[in-house]
Design a protein around this ligand. Structure first.
Ligand SMILES: *Cc1c(COP(=O)(O)O)cnc(C)c1O
Length: 406
């Protein structure tokens, strides 16, 4: 642990850290309320030494919590060995991770992996994959869902079904249609002119919203029937968080591709597109690439995280702890809670009123990190290592927050 000689939270010649932040970071970022300095397990500490129970995990990113010894050791060793080489060279961790992803996704023998550096980049690669599914040249339409989120770069943004995020950046890339999330809407939209559809198995940024019953199975059947690709954005739902390695595995379907990022490397930036079956043959040499993509530092991080999730049974832990947390929230019996959504450790608490910002602000005051995914939804996504003690503390803090607002 390092301690700074000048506490950023204190009054200094440069002003408070909030002012320095506001004066130097792009205005696209709101100034946060708290500056964090270090973390351990499910806890983080701010620059004034205040401790927080982290039930957001950097938005489903810190799968192993903070400063996990397995990740710390793997990264320290790799930093002293080889950080980056470019795609002119192969590295052992790059190949090992691709093989591991083929295994845990079930993509198997024909599966292939492309590496980028973020969720948005994984979806940019997915967008290109969709463009490559041309058919006889008339497959130009791409379907996506209303209220979906796929990232902020221009391709990912064109796929994103939130007009408020798109409006300042028109015109969008052409060809994307946002349909209602219903089997009927999909049936009506799909035909031989559709290259494919991209779907979040649970809509995370929309407030952890589950898909309607039967929707994913219908999407698989309809896309297969019309030669369209089914791409699942598992960036938030993947890597064990919902109680299986990937959420689609709970629905008994096999997609043509998935995108992965957030939780895969414990916070080291990396994203991936994993293709299944025939979709693996669409990209040819030279069609796509990234300077940093799949470098030995990031792929070593992912191997360490995925290896630890596997050897410590954290996928099962996500399922068990998810039930435990859901039951505990229901048992609080707060009249402010309307419903509890999601799967495993991706939990959405639907509130009866648009008070999510107040709930998350009060939580922060009492030392609990959760997030207002929208006006009336709280998102809870603790590290996959979460156990009894942290859950007991969460229940105590969350109860106090809700009671204070009733
Ligand atoms: C976070 C997220 C993205 C974007 O990932 P970035 O790493 O922020 O670019 C895309 N899709 C889903 C479902 C996400 O949750």
């Amino acid at each position: 642990m390092t301690t700074s000689t000048q506490t950023p939270g204190s009054q200094t010649q440069g002003g408070t850290w909030q002012r320095r932040f506001g004066d130097s970071l792009m205005k696209s970022l709101a100034t946060p309320k708290v500056m964090l300095e270090r973390g351990e397990g499910c806890y983080v500490w701010d620059v004034d030494g205040k401790r927080y129970l982290d039930f957001l995990a950097g938005i489903a990113v810190n799968s192993l919590g903070h400063a996990h010894p397995v990740l710390v050791e793997a990264l320290s060793k790799q930093a002293a060995t080889l950080i980056h080489v470019s795609n002119y060279f192969a590295t052992p961790s790059q190949v090992e991770l691709a093989e591991r992803l083929k295994r845990i996704t079930g993509a198997g023998e024909r599966g292939r992996v492309y590496y980028g550096n973020s969720g948005a980049e994984a979806n940019e690669a997915a967008f290109k994959l969709l463009r490559l599914n041309k058919g006889d040249g008339s497959r130009k339409r791409i379907l996506a869902l209303q209220s979906s989120f796929h990232g902020r770069t221009m391709g990912a943004l064109a796929l994103t079904g939130k007009p408020a995020l798109r409006k300042d950046f028109e015109p969008m890339l052409p060809g994307v249609e946002h349909i209602e999330t219903s089997i009927e809407a999909l049936e009506q939209a799909i035909d031989e002119t559709v290259a494919g559809i991209i779907i979040e198995p649970i809509k995370g940024e929309a407030g952890v919203v589950d898909l309607p019953e039967g929707f994913l199975v219908a999407a698989r059947e309809l896309t297969a029937k019309h030669g369209a690709l089914l791409i699942l954005d598992e960036i938030q739902t993947g890597v064990g968080r919902t109680g299986s390695w990937f959420t689609f595995q709970q629905f008994g379907i096999v997609p043509d591709a998935i995108t992965v990022a957030k939780g895969i490397a414990g916070g080291v930036p990396i994203g991936a597109l994993v293709t299944f079956g025939d979709a693996s043959d669409l990209f040819e040499a030279g069609m796509h690439g990234s300077t940093f993509g799949g470098n030995p530092f990031a792929t070593t991080a992912a191997n360490a995280v995925l290896g630890e999730i596997e050897s410590s049974g954290l996928v099962q832990n996500a399922e068990v702890r998810g039930h435990q947390i859901r039951e505990a929230i229901a048992a609080i019996g707060s009249p402010l809670v309307q419903e509890i959504r999601g799967r495993g450790l991706l939990i959405g608490v639907g509130l009866v009123d648009p008070i999510a910002a107040e709930v998350s602000a009060r939580a922060l005051e009492v030392g609990l990190i959760v997030n207002a995914a929208n006006d009336s939804s709280i998102r809870i996504a603790p590290p996959l290592i979460v156990g009894d003690d942290e859950i007991a503390e969460f229940v105590r803090l969350f109860t106090a927050v809700l009671k204070g607002l009733e």
